[in-house]
Design a protein around this ligand. Structure first.
Ligand SMILES: Cc1cc2nc3c(=O)[nH]c(=O)nc-3n(C[C@H](O)[C@H](O)[C@H](O)COP(=O)(O)OP(=O)(O)OC[C@H]3O[C@@H](n4cnc5c(N)ncnc54)[C@H](O)[C@@H]3O)c2cc1C
Ligand code: SF4
Length: 335
């Protein structure tokens, strides 16, 4: 049994108090439900001296969902999102993604902010301290090489596995971020910078995967309703319950008569960021036929990584992502 490092717990009741607590404790880490962070503390992966519990801020727990707009506060729980009548009725992709995360007890505790900002994962990282130390650690902690890709030139390929982000990205969601001087809003897809490019052209990787600046934190997410948009989420996991995705796929599309009028596909569990596939809109304008299926498969092959950061081979995850995307698109189009 590993000893948990000592930490102090602060539970602010307002956003201003969160900002104050962050200013007073620059080394602090934010705590949502703790369902991932506390595991990482137990494994000695991180050892924050102070945890700032976000669940006491009432305004961060609100959920609004009707045909016109979706707004979810960072401290709403996954269970609240999965069971919300408005989310189920108008944004099924989000309700389905939330309902697929971990197990019922995790969903009671786990929050939207914690899921969106979930740490990236790797078989060489999500291990105990003695295991990692016996393997000389790796780039994501205190080591100097990547065991997945020893010639990675400083790039980490740890995988982003949160289920909510791809679902929200198919709705063109935005994320609200608070910082000491106010707030800013950005497209949710821009929160994720884990492009992991060997040539140094990308800004981030599996170690630096969020565009949050020091002192910033997520306040909530929102999206506009789109009339006629059909959406769904599905994932493959090793066990059928309580398990991160081998690959998770969100699809949203619009059908206009026999024509595929809009198509959005986002994938998690494969790259150091959730990937909103580029190029899907070029597949629209005709029937959902063999040309679209082939085009979708090509986009998945080109944009989905095949690094072996989990127990399943990377090329298997990529194939699974392609199959799920095709199945969901066909199901939504035909129903
Ligand atoms: C057995 C098991 C299975 C799991 N399966 C899945 C799964 O299938 N899918 C999945 O997506 N996840 C899974 N998880 C991970 C986790 O339970 C969920 O992702 C959960 O939503 C994390 O939310 P949390 O509130 O508990 O986050 P926490 O653990 O509290 O925090 C996670 C990270 O987010 C940061 N953070 C929290 N709130 C904010 C904020 N407002 N702004 C900025 N940063 C913030 C924290 O500092 C930390 O770095 C699993 C975990 C376990 C233990
Ligand atoms: S991808 Fe490489 S650097 Fe990143 S966590 Fe895995 S082994 Fe470590």
């Amino acid at each position: 049994m590993e000893a948990v490092s000592e930490f102090a717990l602060v539970k602010p009741a307002s956003l201003d108090a969160v900002l104050e607590a962050r200013k007073a404790n620059p080394e602090a880490q934010l705590l949502g439900g703790g369902t991932d962070l506390v595991v990482n503390i137990r494994r000695g992966i991180v050892a924050p001296p102070v945890l700032i519990d976000m669940t006491g801020v009432a305004e961060l727990r609100a959920i609004h969902a009707d045909a016109g707009r979706l707004e979810i506060g960072a401290s709403a729980t996954l269970a609240e999102v999965a069971e919300h009548a408005g989310v189920l009725a108008h944004y099924p992709v989000v309700a389905q993604a939330a309902a697929s995360i971990a197990g019922p007890t995790h969903r009671q505790m786990g929050t939207v902010g914690g899921n969106i900002c979930l740490d990236t994962r790797c078989i060489f990282y999500n291990q105990s301290e003695w295991w990692r130390s016996a393997n000389n650690h790796c780039l994501k902690t205190v080591g100097d090489m990547c065991h997945v890709a020893p010639k990675s030139r400083g790039v980490c390929f740890a995988t982003y596995s949160g289920d909510l982000a791809p679902a929200l990205m198919t709705l063109d969601a935005e994320v609200d971020v608070a910082h000491p001087k106010g707030r800013r809003t950005m497209p949710l897809k821009d929160l994720y910078i884990g492009h992991a490019r060997h040539d140094g052209s990308g800004t981030g990787d599996g170690k630096h995967y969020l565009a949050l600046k020091p002192g910033e934190f997520v306040v909530g997410v929102r999206a506009k309703g789109v009339s006629g948009l059909r959406s769904a989420y599905d994932k493959i996991r090793i066990r059928k319950s309580i398990e991160y995705p081998v690959a998770g796929v969100a699809v949203a599309l619009r059908r206009d008569g026999d024509t595929l009028a809009d198509l959005r596909v986002a994938i998690t569990g494969t790259n150091p960021r959730p990937v909103l596939l580029d190029g899907t809109r070029a597949l629209c304008g005709g029937k959902l036929d063999a040309r679209v299926v082939k085009g979708l498969d090509d986009l998945v092959r080109d944009q989905i990584m095949s690094m072996k950061t989990t127990f399943t081979p990377g090329h298997y995850r990529r194939r699974v992502a392609g199959v799920l995307a095709r199945r969901l698109a066909e199901k939504l189009f035909n129903n």
